[in-house]
Design a protein. Structure first.
Length: 458
């Protein structure tokens, strides 16, 4: 149905649109910064533009799609993590944090309006096919990815088990774009992996923070303890893009006796919260080392920051991603969802992680293979590798230092991911064995724990 150009009708439409916009923000009117008059004038301008498009565009315009596009555009101007999710996309998000799904196994983000691989996930079709951090996904099938939303990209990359998806990749150093065909597979949510590096030195890797992460972590640690006394533990949070806030808090609480674990601060009172350690868990007293790198973000930064501030662990690795903002998921009456950045995270000492990240106690550089500029030409080998971080994303928010002078460096709370994780399960190809001698960060952690154990005996 086309909109009349009569001013009275436009005003009615403006009011209707105002009500619609108001429903998006009904959870707190204090977020509205423009005056009522300014808002009405802006909505009337929007109505005029929509009317002109409907009347004059070369093809008939779907009003619902046009308004939906305007909502997405509005959110895209805010920051990289706020977005509008259609009902199907919202269901995908709920599945990702609770159940299982299928895909190819990559973490992705938008950089310069181009879909970019942050990291392939170990043991997945993407990992087996050799995708690397920094690869530009130019097309998914025949569809160009420029200006494609992350949720739309994820939707296209996922699909039924056994189905194929072809992506067109460009990598630094390549003269041509290459097409890669991958077979999707099912991935159950197992967010914790464990193994015994050496007698007395267990290793636990948290891949992401899902609903069962804490339970899986405790079970894995209990099983490892049965193999002998624990002399020191390594918790690996490298390439962990985040997940559920409550799980990050519970993981930190396993090792912290008392005090603040993390806090959040937003523009409105309801977004301010403080999470404290509980005194009803058995605390572990053995030495703890936490591994982080450029892919450690959000919930993983919360855990690392809490353990670092409470001096319960030595943090080893590289500067983290810097995803220190909180996304609140607001269900809509239509079945859609609004993911809106509402606050920042703070470590127990009041540091903001946002756009800064966690600085390790012992810095051990990540291998160049993780870099978004890993494929140098021969005459560029001496250049410093560049890693994609929050501060590199367009429209990223600041860390709020001007708002709170009591902070020292940085801030954090949960989202879902700084980058969206499109994952897939282990393929039938044999996994590559982990060579400790080639993992300098892990090797440093193990050496440190051994040293602490010897020093403790003396």
């Amino acid at each position: 149905m086309k909109i009349s150009t009569k001013r009275s009708v436009i005003k009615i439409i403006a009011v209707s649109l105002c009500v619609a916009a108001g429903s998006l923000l009904a959870w707190n009117y204090s977020l509205v910064t423009a005056t009522t008059q300014d808002t009405y004038e802006s909505l009337e301008a929007f109505s005029n533009v929509l009317n002109l498009v409907q009347e004059n565009y070369v093809e008939e315009v779907d009003s619902q799609k046009a308004i939906e596009g305007a909502i997405k555009g509005m959110l895209n101007t805010l920051d990289p993590h706020s977005s509008y999710m259609k009902p199907d996309d919202f269901k995908e998000l709920q599945v990702e944090t609770q159940g299982s799904f299928t895909g190819i196994g990559i973490e992705i983000t938008m950089k310069d309006n181009i879909l970019t691989v942050v990291s392939p996930i170990e043991g997945t079709p993407a990992f087996a096919k050799g995708l690397k951090a920094g690869d530009k996904i130019v097309k998914i099938g025949d569809e160009p990815t420029q200006d494609m939303s992350l949720m739309e990209a994820v939707k296209r990359l996922r699909g039924p088990k056994g189905s194929e998806v072809t992506i067109s990749i460009h990598r630094k150093g390549w003269s041509d774009i290459k097409e890669i065909t991958l077979v999707r597979d099912i991935i159950p949510i197992h967010s914790v992996k464990s193994k015994l590096l050496e007698p007395g030195y267990p290793y636990l890797r948290i891949i992401n923070f899902q609903a069962q992460t804490t339970a899986d972590f405790k079970k894995a640690l209990t099983d490892l303890e049965k193999e002998g006394k624990v002399k020191g533990l390594i918790v690996d949070l490298r390439n962990n893009p985040g997940g559920l806030l409550d799980q990050a808090v519970k993981i930190a609480d396993i090792f912290i006796d008392e005090g603040v674990l993390v806090s959040t601060k937003g523009r409105i009172k309801e977004q301010n919260s403080v999470f404290y350690a509980r005194d009803n868990n058995a605390k572990y007293k053995f030495p703890l080392v936490v591994l982080v790198n450029e892919g450690s973000a959000s919930a993983s930064e919360i855990v690392a920051g809490a353990l670092q501030d409470h001096k319960k662990a030595v943090i080893i690795g590289a500067q983290t991603f810097g995803k220190g903002s909180v996304q609140t998921i607001i269900p809509m009456d239509s079945g859609a969802g609004l993911r809106l950045t509402t606050a920042r995270y703070y470590t127990p000492s009041g540091r903001s992680i946002q756009a800064t990240g966690i600085t390790p106690d012992i810095v051990v550089a990540s291998p160049a293979s993780m870099s978004v500029e890993a494929d140098y030409k021969e005459d560029e080998q001496d250049k410093k590798p560049k890693y994609l971080r929050e501060k590199d994303l367009k429209h990223h928010i600041g860390n709020g230092l001007k708002e709170d002078v009591t902070q020292k460096d940085e801030k954090p709370k949960i989202e879902e991911k700084p980058q969206v994780r499109e994952k897939a399960p282990a393929t039938k190809e044999k996994p590559q064995p982990e060579d400790l001698s080639k993992d300098q960060q892990l090797n440093t952690a193990l050496t440190l724990l051994k040293g602490l154990n010897v020093f403790g005996k003396r």
